[in-house]
Structure formats: structure tokens, C-alpha cells
Design a binder for this molecule. Sequence first.
Ligand code: SAH
Length: 231
Amino acid sequence: MKSELLISVVIMLFSIAPAEQDKYHRDRQQMVTAQLEARGIKHKPTLNAMRSVERHRLVPKAQVEYAYEDRPLPIGFGQTISQPYMVGYMTEVIRPTAGMKVLEIGTGSGYQAAVLAEIVDEVYTIEIVEELAKTAKSSLEEMGYTNIHLKEGDGYFGWEEHAPYDAIIVTAASAFIPPLLIEQLKEGGKMVIPVGAPFTTQQLMLVEKQKDGKRKTRNLLPVRFVPFTRN
Ligand code: SAH
């Protein structure tokens, strides 16, 4: 009897152990199923990355309980963390794979950078608001990411030192495509960027730099992003 009890206690403990997942594990799985898969996001590495990145650790305290909701959230300084679907869509569209080096303009919360870092080898990300850059850097370090390289500054100039990039993701709306970003894109590389006037609807565009250096652009969908600012 006693040993049976012991065995069942041991079994119980083992079955609890895997559930030692964070409090939001289920919300996160549901977010991927209901907000991404149900709307057509199919790219497995993107879905897996978003199943694992703890989005709630990258939002301000007051937003933690809403972290997995189907909307953008304020992160301070007039900026937002994008809606999960938008992050999934933009990640899928550049077709990230292991071995790649990706540049992101507009670190914000650091969430998009973390999703990329789960898939590709190196992520370079630039944030213009000093406080956001600092917060994202310390959160991402605390979460254990060693392949995210964050710099505070104006992403208009890209990050020449580590160019060329396999892909570039711009997460702030620009009136035009910053020319240096195209230059820093590898031949055959993809860039996704919201183009248009601030505070209106912009077009999310996919820019592909072809082997002959020419670029091919395609409008993907109407979006609303915070403005691309300059120092
Ligand atoms: N990718 C972010 C979304 C942040 S919103 C996330 O996952 O949370 C866009 C961010 O772009 C804002 O934080 C804003 O401060 C930043 N930004 C705007 N203009 C910029 C520029 N010229 N260079 C770098 N970052 C810029």
C-alpha cells in the first residue's frame, strides 16, 4: 500500500514536471492556432518560433495579461509591439532559415527580433528610442538570446558593418524605401517594409533584390505602423 502510494506520488510529480511551463504557455499555443494558422500562416519555423517566444516577457508590466491578444499593444514612447499576426506574416514572407543573417529596423519591444533569433543564425536590430533599446536589450539578454545584436540609432542608414543581409524587416512606416537598406541586402535577398505616410494606411511591400541587382517590388497588404522617425 505504502509503496503504491509512493509510486503514485512519483508519477504525479513527473506528470506535473512538464507542466512547469510558464503561465502563458496555453495562451501562446492558442494564439498561434487561432490567430496565425487559422489565417493562413503555414511556415513551420515561424509557427514554432511563435509557439516558443515568451511574448509576455517583452511587454510593459501593465500589458502582460494582454500579451497574447489579437492586437498591437503600447510599449511606451508612443510605440507599439505589433499584433502577433503581423509578426507572423512578416516573418513568413522573408522565408527565414538557419544560416541566415537578418537585419531588423525598429526593435521596439524586441519581440520580432526574438522570433527571428529562434530561426536564423544572427539578428541585427536597430532602435532609435534610447529607452526602448535599453529595455529590449536587457529583456532579450535575460531571456538568454546570444544571437541578437542590438544597437541604438537611426536605422535609416542600416548597419553597414555586418552587411550584406539575407533579409531585412522594417517595422516602422517610411514614405520611401531607404536606399542604403537596399544596398545592404544580399542579391537574392528579401526585404519587407511598410511604405506610406504616417498615421494613415500604408502598404506592406516585399522588395526582392535580384541577381542582376535590380529590384522587384510587390504590394502585400494594407497595414498601419508607427512612423519611421529620424534623429
Ligand atoms: N518590431 C517591434 C515593433 C516596434 S514598433 C516589436 O516587435 O515590438 C516600431 C519601432 O521602430 C519603434 O520602437 C520605433 O521607435 C522604431 N523606429 C522608428 N523609426 C526608426 C528608425 N529610423 N530607426 C530605428 N528604429 C526606428
